[in-house]
Design a protein around this ligand. Structure first.
Ligand code: ATP
Ligand code: MG
Length: 230
């Protein structure tokens, strides 16, 4: 991959509480070296999505700081943050507009050639070409024809094109059919290659390809090792 070099992520004594409740993360420390793919696993309510949302700066810590290459996320300008951190959620949201426009969200200067190259790399080109108007198909009008797995592929093509320094994936729990699973898994491998990434993992196959696995329990890391350690 010749894109954006990965960047170091640090959670520096991050304490966080949602407005409505008690402390979710108590003085949380974590360093992710550039280029490392970290799988996060743990029971429901452990704080995995909260961790992801703090890294994407949907929320700010109550105390402590989340940093990118040592810089507090709060000190990054919005465009810098948008380029720096991208989150792909399980819903793999499509916006009204064409398939091409959906891939280019976050990359307003992308050419059609670059959009197609990203879709090809992800393995989405073939199904897109088979849509009624190809890349110009309106996803809202034809939305019903785009399956959950295909939506995931569009979201991955979007992430690959945006080429963020840090990628966060909240892996889908909804089960796809077997070919769909394989296509999504391959696309995920492509988009993660060489990138600093945090993947909230629900599949064993994802945990196995990670460089590092964190097990969370009640807002704390209770295990930190390689997939073979666990
Ligand atoms: P899951 O595997 O079910 O997605 P998770 O590990 O992602 O779980 P979080 O969503 O981070 O868990 O939730 C951690 C804790 O924070 C839970 O106790 C949850 O109820 C609480 N929580 C999550 N979102 C909010 C919110 N918006 N407001 C208040 N509390 C919240
Ligand atoms: Mg979650």
């Amino acid at each position: 991959r010749t894109g954006t070099p990965g960047r170091e992520v640090t959670f520096d004594k991050v304490t966080f509480a949602y407005r409505t409740g008690g402390e979710i993360l108590p003085a949380f420390d974590l360093t992710i070296p550039p280029g490392q793919t970290v799988a996060v696993v743990g029971a429901t309510g452990a704080g995995k999505s909260t961790l992801a949302k703090l890294l994407a700066r949907f929320y700010d810590p109550t105390d402590g700081a989340v940093r990118l290459d040592g810089v507090d996320l709060r000190d990054l300008a919005t465009p810098e943050l948008r380029r720096g951190v991208v989150m792909v959620t399980q819903e793999a949201f499509l916006f009204s507009g064409t398939v091409a426009e959906n891939i280019a969200i976050g990359s307003p200067d992308a050419t059609r050639h670059e959009i197609e190259a990203a879709a090809k790399a992800i393995g989405a080109h073939e199904f897109i070409q088979n849509l009624p108007d190809g890349y110009d198909t309106d996803v809202r009008k034809r939305g019903g024809r785009i399956s959950a797995g295909q939506r995931q592929l569009v979201a991955f093509a979007r992430a690959l094109l945006a080429d963020p320094a840090v990628l966060i994936l909240d892996e889908a729990t909804s089960s796809l059919d077997v070919p769909g699973e394989r296509a999504v898994q391959r696309a995920m491998d492509t988009v993660l290659a060489g990138r600093t990434a945090v993947v909230i993992a629900h599949r064993l196959s994802t945990v196995e390809v990670a460089d590092r696995v964190l097990v969370m329990e009640s807002g704390r890391i209770v295990e930190d090792g390689t997939p073979s350690d666990l």
